[in-house]
Design a protein around this ligand. Structure first.
Ligand code: DX5
Ligand code: ZN
Length: 214
């Protein structure tokens, strides 16, 4: 499968977010990954729908909103109204029946839904959800912060998932040119990366290196 790169804006410079986003877009980004954290499901607070609304004005690339929040159902519509093209929800917060319900609603709006799972959450927890999701986001760090180290024990999970799921598999956390290769060989085709791209002095080179692992 062709590799797609999703820069996570968490490591962008928020004092010049528009320019960082435009730079990443012209450097070859395929979509943007926006980390929404509530200080409850994860120990950090980041971005709300109002920011997504402004990001929507400066790029035409798809926006994937990664909801690391408790009670995501309450906020999904706000993020869709703000311009999200993809909504990623954690199985730990929404459960299979909640996901099925939201999948039907989002399909009517032309928004893709993805399910995410933490490194310690077994694949069994999302098996029954796979038929309702367009993509899966496998967390390769414990969610909350960018700049953490890739947890290699998620690789067998990606491999097992690829054997049963034909859609997009994204991997999120600790992605660099080395871990990207491992994740790709295991079956992931969307690479989410914050620090590797935004902390580099050449976004184009960083994105090309990630794409070249395929
Ligand atoms: C972690 C977030 C990730 C994070 C990735 O909770 O979901 O998207 O921004 O950051 P890096 O690529 O630096 O590990
Ligand atoms: Zn994320």
């Amino acid at each position: 499968m062709k590799i797609k790169i999703a820069p996570s804006i968490l490591s962008a410079d928020f004092s010049c977010l528009a320019s960082d986003i435009k730079k990443a877009e012209s450097a070859g980004a395929d979509m943007f990954h926006i980390d929404v954290m509530d200080g409850h499901f994860v120990p950090n607070i980041t971005i709300g729908a109002v920011v997504v609304q402004h990001i929507r004005k400066i790029t035409k690339l798809p926006l994937d909103v990664h909801l690391m929040i408790s009670e995501p159902q309450k906020y999904i519509d706000d993020f869709v109204a703000s311009g999200a093209d993809m909504i990623t929800v954690h199985i730990e917060t929404i459960g299979v029946s909640g996901l099925c319900y939201q999948a039907k609603r989002l399909a009517l709006k032309g928004v893709r839904i993805g399910v995410s799972l933490n490194p310690n959450t077994p694949l069994a927890k999302i098996k029954n959800a796979l038929k309702y999701t367009d993509f899966v986001l496998v967390m390769s760090v414990n969610p909350g912060f960018s700049g953490q180290k890739f947890i290699p024990k998620v690789l067998p999970k990606i491999r097992e998932l690829r054997a049963m799921f034909k859609g997009d598999i994204a991997v999120d956390g600790g992605i660099n040119d080395l871990t990207a290769k491992d994740a790709y060989l295991a079956g992931a085709n969307i690479l989410v990366a914050a620090s590797y791209i935004f902390n580099s002095n050449n976004y184009k080179k960083a994105i090309r290196r990630l794409k070249n692992v395929g």
